[in-house]
Design a protein around this ligand. Structure first.
Ligand code: FES
Length: 59
């Protein structure tokens, strides 16, 4: 499961650590109630959408 850590308040920096093979949708509209993860709220803002990030498993 993704591990999330946010540091700072004026210019917060959020780090998301993924397990190999894990895939998440990260919010790029800053409207998500589940930030930094997308909750679909971006559909109320045309032209905005998530970034899908996947930690590829190496074999
Ligand atoms: S809710 Fe922000 S990109 Fe989906």
């Amino acid at each position: 499961m993704a591990e999330v850590e946010t540091k700072g308040s004026d210019h917060p920096l959020t780090t998301v650590k993924l397990e190999p093979g894990e895939k998440v949708a990260l919010c790029r509209c800053f409207a998500s109630a589940k930030f930094p993860f997308c909750d679909g709220t971006h559909t109320q803002h045309p032209g905005r959408g998530p970034a899908v990030v996947e930690a590829v498993k190496k074999e």
